[in-house]
Design a protein around this ligand. Structure first.
Ligand code: ATP
Ligand code: MG
Ligand code: FE
Length: 357
């Protein structure tokens, strides 16, 4: 079975084809980063217009890459939400129209479910159940994942998302937009122990996050520093260390809290519990962060389990994760666990992942 996936929720046009026998056989991405850079953030109207220009050419490109014609495609998956309404409508409109013209089903996919399932495109893939950490430009979510659509939110950010914190902090330090990767690269040159920043909300119980205070703390450090390259690298190091440590502490707690559910029985009364390896799935743009990966992989190793990530190019927005999530949803429909929606062109700019079943 071959699924064509279309992603247009924000500032990346992504199209890919997932083949249930061979995996991803075509994958193309157009990033609008340069278009928005001069405004220091995504301009929704410009984003929509650019998706209109790029979506169909990318569809043609992936069909060619995959050596396919439209007759080979079994269904079309598109991002239905959450995201920017105008941007979403381009993918929804193109996806639904192509499906109608080609006389195949169309499947509206949840963007965060796409991120969450992206590690399953790797050779060494996680099995349900697991704890998922979704860290992207718009979300910071800790989710107890029992199966497809069986999501319980354990914790989330009460203000800035992790990626947003990276981007806003980078902006304060004059690193441009989107500055997350640049800030992470600068942190690699920083020294440990020069600056110390707080680990927000780790001194109390719970799994929620708060990152907005960190950018204010960085602004103060930055303004009081000599703003030399080394000072900037040291500040970037301290910021990244604070974010990574905070996430580490919350993930450790989440794994401890959910351990019992992994068996569906009371953890303490089950003698085999300690033999069960915990799994942590980490996805979304910030899961590309090397320091975060090192720390979380270490955590899972210490617990005898494993952390799973998408390959770096599938951490940020892409069509492959939407094609794959669409495939999983199609399978669920074929198994009678899910159903097709009515053929209306609908996008959901706000869409909590727990609404999925
Ligand atoms: P959402 O998925 O919540 O709707 P989004 O789609 O805009 O938001 P993604 O494309 O998943 O987000 O991720 C983009 C974010 O990831 C940006 O904030 C970017 O700065 C951040 N990011 C990318 N690479 C890194 C890195 N190496 N270190 C830290 N942050 C990174
Ligand atoms: Mg983006
Ligand atoms: Fe995303």
């Amino acid at each position: 079975m071959k699924i064509l996936g279309i992603e247009t929720s924000c500032d990346e046009t992504g199209v890919a084809i997932y083949d249930s026998e061979r995996g991803i056989i075509g994958d193309a991405l157009y990033s609008q980063v340069e278009l928005h850079a001069e405004y220091g953030g995504v301009v929704p109207e410009l984003a929509s217009r650019d998706h209109v220009r790029k979506t169909i050419p990318l569809v043609k490109e992936v069909l060619k890459q995959a050596n396919c014609t439209k007759e080979d495609i079994d269904a079309i998956a598109y991002t239905k939400g959450p995201g920017l309404i105008g941007a979403l409508f381009v993918g929804v409109g193109v996806g639904r129209s192509l499906a109608y013209a080609w006389d195949i089903p169309a499947i509206g996919v949840h963007h965060m479910e796409g991120h969450l399932l992206a590690p399953m495109l790797e050779d060494d893939k996680p099995d349900f159940p697991f704890v998922a950490l979704l860290v992207s430009g718009g979300h910071t979510l800790l989710v107890d994942v029992q199966g497809l659509g069986q999501y319980e939110i354990l914790g989330e950010s009460i203000d800035d998302a992790a990626g947003e914190a990276f981007d806003k902090t980078a902006k304060i330090m004059g690193l441009g937009y989107p500055g997350g990767p640049a800030l992470a690269a600068l942190a690699e040159k920083g020294r440990a122990g020069i600056y110390k920043l707080p680990r927000p909300m780790t001194d109390r119980p719970g799994l929620d996050f708060s990152f907005s205070g960190l950018k204010t703390a960085v602004a103060n450090l930055y303004n009081d520093s000599d703003q030399s390259e080394q000072s900037m690298a040291d500040i970037a190091y301290a910021f990244q260390e604070a974010v990574v440590d905070t996430i580490f502490i919350k993930c450790r707690r989440a794994l401890e809290q959910t351990g019992h559910k992994r068996l569906g029985v009371d953890r303490k009364s089950h003698p085999a519990f300690s033999a069960l390896p915990p799994s942590l799935v980490v996805a979304g743009g910030v899961s590309a962060n090397v320091a975060l990966r090192a720390k979380l992989s270490g955590l899972l190793e210490s617990k005898g389990g494993k952390a799973y990530y998408p390959r770096p190019k599938f951490c940020t927005d892409n069509g492959a994760m939407i094609a794959y999530a669409g495939y999983c949803r199609y399978q669920a429909i074929l198994e009678g666990k899910d159903q097709f929606e009515e053929p209306a062109v609908r996008a959901k700019p706000r869409w909590p992942i727990v609404e999925l079943g």
